[in-house]
Design a binder for this molecule. Structure first.
Ligand code: ARG
Length: 630
C-alpha cells in the first residue's frame, strides 16, 4: 500500500514541491503510529515550508498547514484514499474501506500475499559458515537462523519456495556455474545458500599430524577420535608443549598445500567428520545450505591477485602484498588515530607468502559476482567482522565487481553477541555441536512438558512429540529473530517459552486458534478459499472499526516486506506478526465470529482466513512451521 500511496503523493509533490523548494522532492509517507491520525501520514509539508520561508518577509511566508493543504489538494483522483486531512505540517491519510476490502479479497483469491518486486535475480547469502574442527558456537547458530530467514525473504520475493530447493550440502559448483552460463540472459531467479566454512588454514597441520600420530592407519580405518572439539584441544595442547610436534605440524601444512596424498586424505576425513556434525544441527533447524568453503577458493586466489596487480590495486608493504583503500600512507605523515585506522590495508598475501582470510574473501567475491553472476550478496556474521567486509566491498568496488550505491550489491548483515541471563557470554554446556544439539533438545523437551500440562484435551499423546518439536525449534528461532539483530541477545528459555507476549509459542497459539474456529464453524480453509467475495462490513460502528483495523493490518504486509528488504532486520516481520495477533484478539473481543447471521459469519471467517494466510507467510519467511492445534 505504501508504494501506491507514494505514487499518488509523488504526483502532487511534483507540482507543489518545485514551487516551494525550487526542486523535486520524494514523497515521505509513513504508517500512522497513533490512533486517530489516519492510517498513513504524509510528512513533507513541514520541510517544504521551512525551505520556502527562509529569508522571506512574513507576508510572503507559507505556514506548514498551507503547504500541507496544497499537497492534499493536488493528490489525483483515486480509489484508494477516502480523506486527506491536513493538520499542521502533516497530512493524515484515511484509506477507503472499499479499497481495503478489495485488497483482502485479492489475497483470498490468490491464497497467499503477493510479494513486492525486487530489482535483482540472483542472490548469494553467505551464512552459518562455521570452522571445521572448531566448535560451532551460538554465534554460528545466530548466523544460521538469521541467514536462513534472509534467504527465505528473497525466495519469497523471487517466487522460489521458501526454504530453498533441496540443495546438496556438498555442492557441485562447476555444474552450478555451467548451468548459469547456459541459462545466460534467461537465467531463472535463484537464491544461492552458501556455507563459507573455515576448512583451510594452518590449524590443519596440527590436526593432521595429531591424526597420523593417533591413527597411523586412518585411511583404512578411521578411528573414533571422539568429538572433534576435544580432538582439536588435544592437538592444540600437543602443539603448544612439544617443539618437535610444532615443526611436524608446519611441515604437514606445506604438504597439505601441495596436495600430498596422505595429508590431503587426512584433511578430507577431518572435514567429513565435522560436516556430519554440522549437518545434525542443520537438520534439526530444517535449514538447507551448500558448502563452498575456504579451500574451494584456493586455486582462484592467485588468479584474483594477478588481476588486482594488473589493475594497479596491489602493492608490497613490508613484504606483504596489500591494497590500501586510501592509498599507501606516507610513513612521515603525523599519525592521527583516525588516519591510522583508515589505512588498515587489505592483505592479499602475507609476508610468509601464505593466503589468509582477506585473500579468500577477495576470491569469493570475485567468484560470486563474476562467475555466479550474483547481483546481490549478503554476508551474515557477528558485527565484529564489519570492518573486514567493508574493506572487501571497497576493494571489489575498486575492481568494478560490485556497485555500492543506495541499494548496494554487497551487504554485511551483522549481529550482536549471545548473552546468558546473567549478562555473560552464552556458552553451551559442552561448548560444541553436541552442546547446541542438547540446547535445541532442551527447548523441545520444555515445550513437550507445557503441552502435557495445558493441551492434553486438544491432542493425543502420540501427536505431542511432533508438535513439541516444531514449537520448540520455533521458540529458539523466533527469540533470536524478534530481537533487533545488531543488539546483543539474551538467550533465555523462560522468555522464549512465555505463553504471552511476543514469542513463537504465543503466536503459534493464535494461529492454531483460528484453525480451531474453522473446525467449530464446520468449515475448512479450502472451502473458505472458494468464496473470497464473502467479505462485508458490520453496520455496528465498534465492530466495523475492529474489522477495518484487522484488514488494514493484513493489507500492510507487503509494506513490511519492503522495509525488511531495505535493512534486512528480521525483527520488523516479527513485530508485524505480533501486532497482527493483537489485532486478531481485538477483533474476537468486538466481533462474534460464529453468529446466527450467516452473512456476517461467512465474512468474519474469511477475515480470519486472510489473517491466517498472512501469519502463515510470516512464519514461512521466519523458518517456522505452524501447527494446526496447540
Ligand atoms: N568462518 C567465519 C567465522 O567463523 C565466518 C565466515 C563468514 N563468511 C565469509 N565469507 N568470510 O567467523
Amino acid at each position: 500500500m505504501l508504494v501506491t500511496l507514494q505514487k499518488l503523493f509523488q504526483e502532487s509533490l511534483d507540482i507543489v514541491a518545485p514551487k516551494y523548494a525550487g526542486k523535486n522532492v520524494n514523497a515521505i509517507i509513513m504508517v500512522s503510529v497513533r490512533a486517530g491520525f489516519g492510517d498513513y501520514q504524509c510528512n513533507n509539508a513541514m520541510q517544504l515550508s521551512k525551505l520556502h520561508n527562509k529569508g522571506k518577509p512574513k507576508t510572503e511566508q507559507k505556514s506548514p498547514f498551507d503547504v500541507a493543504s496544497e499537497i492534499a489538494a493536488n493528490v489525483p483522483e483515486n480509489d484508494v484514499i477516502a480523506k486527506c486531512e491536513p493538520v499542521n505540517g502533516f497530512i493524515n491519510i484515511y484509506l477507503k474501506e472499499d479499497f481495503i476490502k478489495a485488497e483482502i479479497k485479492r489475497l483470498l483469491a490468490t491464497g497467499s500475499p503477493i510479494p513486492p518486486e525486487v530489482p535483482y535475480k540472483r542472490v548469494v547469502v553467505d551464512f552459518s559458515s562455521p570452522n571445521i574442527a572448531k566448535p560451532l558456537h551460538v554465534g554460528h547458530l545466530r548466523s544460521t537462523i538469521i541467514g536462513d530467514t534472509i534467504c527465505r525473504l528473497y525466495e519469497y520475493c523471487l517466487g522460489i519456495p521458501e526454504g530453498g530447493v533441496d540443495v546438496d550440502p556438498v555442492c557441485d559448483w562447476a555444474a552450478v556455474e555451467k548451468a548459469i552460463e547456459d541459462e545466460g540472459e534467461n537465467a531463472k531467479p535463484a537464491v544461492i545458500r552458501t556455507n563459507h566454512v573455515g576448512d583451510w588454514g594452518t590449524q590443519f597441520g596440527m590436526l593432521i599430524a595429531q591424526l597420523k600420530l593417533e591413527a597411523p592407519d586412518f585411511k583404512e580405518k578411521m578411528p573414533d577420535i571422539g568429538d572433534l572439539v576435544t580432538f582439536y584441544k588435544r592437538a592444540k595442547a600437543h602443539f603448544d608443549e612439544d617443539l618437535e610436534f610444532k615443526e611436524e605440524a608446519r611441515r604437514t601444512v606445506v604438504k597439505l598445500q601441495s596436495h600430498s596424498p596422505d595429508e590431503y586424505a587426512a584433511w578430507k576425513k577431518i572435514c567429513e567428520l565435522s560436516r556430519a556434525d554440522f549437518q545434525v544441527i542443520y537438520d534439526m533447524l530444517k535449514v538447507s545450505i551448500a558448502e563452498c568453503g575456504e579451500s574451494f577458493y584456493n586455486p582462484l586466489i592467485p588468479v584474483v591477485i594477478k588481476m588486482m596487480e594488473d589493475e594497479g590495486k596491489a602493492e608490497l608493504d613490508n613484504g606483504a602484498l596489500c591494497w590500501f583503500r586510501d592509498g599507501k600512507p606516507d610513513p612521515d605523515a603525523p599519525k592521527s588515530k583516525k588516519g591510522q585506522s583508515a589505512s588498515i590495508p587489505l592483505i592479499l598475501r602475507k609476508t610468509d607468502g601464505g593466503y589468509g582470510y582477506d585473500s579468500t574473501d577477495m576470491a569469493a567475491i570475485y567468484y560470486r559476482t563474476q562467475r555466479l553472476h550474483a547481483d546481490k550478496i549478503v554476508y551474515c556474521t557477528d558485527h565484529g567482522q564489519a570492518p573486514h567486509f567493508d574493506l572487501i566491498f571497497a576493494a571489489a568496488k575498486a575492481m568494478g565487481w560490485v556497485e555500492m550505491g543506495p541499494d548496494p550489491e554487497a551487504v554485511h548483515v551483522g549481529f550482536g553477541l549471545v548473552k546468558d541471563t546473567s549478562g555473560q557470554k552464552f556458552k553451551t554446556r559442552s561448548g560444541d555441536t553436541v552442546g547446541l544439539r542438547l540446547l535445541l533438545d532442551e527447548a523441545v523437551g520444555k515445550v513437550h512438558a507445557i503441552l502435557k500440562e495445558r493441551s492434553a484435551n486438544r491432542m493425543t499423546e502420540e501427536e505431542m512429540p511432533e508438535i513439541a518439536q516444531k514449537v520448540g525449534i520455533a521458540a529458539v528461532k523466533y527469540a533470536d529473530l524478534s530481537s533487533q539483530r545488531t543488539k546483543d541477545y539474551v538467550f533465555s528459555f523462560d522468555r522464549m517459552l512465555n505463553l504471552k507476549g511476543n514469542t513463537a509459542v504465543y503466536l503459534m497459539y493464535a494461529y492454531a486458534r483460528i484453525s480451531s474456529i474453522f473446525g467449530k464453524a464446520g468449515t475448512t480453509k479450502e472451502a473458505l478459499l472458494e468464496t473470497p467475495e464473502a467479505i462485508v462490513l458490520s453496520e455496528v460502528a465498534e465492530e466495523r472499526a475492529a474489522e477495518v483495523a484487522l484488514m488494514i493490518h493484513i493489507a500492510r504486509f507487503q509494506d513490511e516486506v519492503v522495509s525488511t528488504l531495505k535493512d534486512l532486520y528480521p525483527h520488523r516481520l516479527c513485530d508485524y506478526l505480533y501486532n497482527l495477533s493483537v489485532k486478531i484478539s481485538d477483533f474476537y473481543e468486538k466481533c462474534r465470529v460464529i453468529t446466527d447471521d450467516a452473512v456476517m459469519r461467512e465474512s468474519r471467517l474469511h477475515m480470519l482466513l486472510a489473517a491466517q494466510l498472512t501469519m502463515k507467510k510470516c512464519f514461512d519467511i521466519l523458518g517456522i512451521e505452524p501447527v494446526e492445534k496447540l
